[in-house]
Design a protein around this ligand. Sequence first.
Ligand SMILES: Cc1cc2nc3c(=O)[nH]c(=O)nc-3n(C[C@H](O)[C@H](O)[C@H](O)COP(=O)(O)OP(=O)(O)OC[C@H]3O[C@@H](n4cnc5c(N)ncnc54)[C@H](O)[C@@H]3O)c2cc1C
Ligand SMILES: NC(=O)C1=CN([C@@H]2O[C@H](COP(=O)(O)OP(=O)(O)OC[C@H]3O[C@@H](n4cnc5c(N)ncnc54)[C@H](OP(=O)(O)O)[C@@H]3O)[C@@H](O)[C@H]2O)C=CC1
Ligand code: HEM
Ligand SMILES: [Fe+3]
Length: 414
Amino acid sequence: MEKTTDVLPLTMNSSEKQETVCIFGTGDFGQSLGLEMLQCGYSIVFGSRNPRMSSLLPNGAEVLSYSEAAQKSDIIIIAIHREHYDFLTELTEVLNGKILVDVSNNLKIKQYPESNAEYLAQLVPGAHVVKAFNTISAWALQSRALDASRQVFVCGNDSKAKQRVMDIVRSLGLTPLDKGSLMAANEIENYPLQLFTMWKFPFYLSAVLCVFFFFYCVIREVIYPYVYEKKDRTFRLAISIPNRVFPIAALTLLALVYLPGVIAAILQLYRGTKYRRFPDWLDHWMLCRKQLGLIALGFAFLHVLYTLVIPIRYYVRWTWTNRTIAQSKLGYLTLILCTAHTLVYGGKRFLSPSSLVWYLPSAYVIALIIPCTVLVIKFILILPCIDKTLTRIREGWERNPKFSESALNGKTDI
Ligand SMILES: Cc1cc2nc3c(=O)[nH]c(=O)nc-3n(C[C@H](O)[C@H](O)[C@H](O)COP(=O)(O)OP(=O)(O)OC[C@H]3O[C@@H](n4cnc5c(N)ncnc54)[C@H](O)[C@@H]3O)c2cc1C
Ligand SMILES: NC(=O)C1=CN([C@@H]2O[C@H](COP(=O)(O)OP(=O)(O)OC[C@H]3O[C@@H](n4cnc5c(N)ncnc54)[C@H](OP(=O)(O)O)[C@@H]3O)[C@@H](O)[C@H]2O)C=CC1
Ligand code: HEM
Ligand SMILES: [Fe+3]
């Protein structure tokens, strides 16, 4: 066993604790967690396929074979990918009655029929499996960049085992959050992936928007002049067209931040209750509004950059409009201002037949459809009579109480 990294326990009372914890797997995560726990005064025994080869392990940690290491502690952290769990079945005897901590994540949602933690519990039926630590990254542990995510979601069927793991979490300066039985493992394993999927839809959507409006403008502003007037307008590809596509994408995305909200409101008005789940697509759309807004902000920034830095013209009037997108009221104000701004700059050409090229209206006219729709619906929704009903629904009032079974057994609203 080699010891290269030097470690001194940070906690003064480390000698009293000296609880031995075993970590299976000497990869990134095992090492990072092991180092952290050593610094907090735990004794660490690593289990490895090849104890002699394991280099770079924190000083003070012991490295043994998997079965030897397992005997040293009744609590074992499995820092191994799920695909390699099968060898644990050979160790069922020595693992019997022990606490196994599953820290694993998957690459995508619903990759396996059951959660990794439940799979581990099936492989080693005699052990108490606890899910924890999967939302903490090895990198965050190493760099102590844990400010944003000190929460560790914990779940398991054995409450004593869960308590022991939560004690470890606390002693590492993290905050355990008890999510209940092992059935919650599935949800916990999805957390790190959801963060990512929330960006997927906004990302593809903006790519599609950009490509569509780019080619749309190319047809109108480059191909058309070439075909009919034999004019070479390719220079427009560099500045003029991008500076059309970016603001149009920004405006469209900004409108799409608010569209699900008004759809939600219409749905709630129609159903007369808030105690029914939205369809999945709407729920998902709701959840990625923030990401849509951030991308919109990015495009608006590019547009401002193109307009101001490439100084064909100089306008500063609207500087402040793109500052706030997050809050609902300010957000709507932004949407109104941006829509108005588009109308003003495009106004002179608005829908006049001369601006039609091959029957295609200016790109910004198309870009105005969604924002204007959202604003019109929002305007209708804030009419006092409708707003009153909506507010009552959101306060829990139901038009037709017997209709909602879910209201009886508690909350479904998000
Ligand atoms: C991810 C997500 C999932 C959701 N899933 C559902 C669902 O499945 N079923 C469902 O009925 N609703 C659900 N909602 C609530 C729904 O968002 C709101 O009713 C609607 O989105 C309001 O949109 P807004 O914020 O643009 O409205 P705004 O007009 O900005 O909101 C007006 C006022 O209503 C308040 N308000 C908004 N929503 C609620 C609410 N739910 N309860 C009490 N007050 C509220 C706001 O604080 C604000 O003061 C979900 C919300 C989110 C973010
Ligand atoms: N990296 C991270 O930021 C995070 C990782 N996790 C989870 O922690 C677990 C480990 O991740 P990580 O440390 O990054 O992965 P690594 O690939 O770096 O390490 C995995 C370790 O598993 C051990 N292992 C046992 N059997 C096998 C086998 N058949 N093939 C390959 N390796 C084997 C190896 O240790 P040895 O050679 O000593 O046997 C290896 O070092 C995963 O389940 C992951 O989902 C969770 C949160 C964050
Ligand atoms: C400092 C802030 C801003 C300035 C100075 C500015 C300036 C301009 C200018 C000069 C044009 C005309 C471009 C042209 O005719 O080629 C324009 C068009 C446009 N702007 Fe802005 N803008 C700003 C912010 C925004 C924001 C925040 C949005 C929306 C999110 C936006 C959306 C649009 C749209 C959709 C167009 C029409 C594009 C087209 O010509 O088809 N702008 N802007
Ligand atoms: Fe155009």
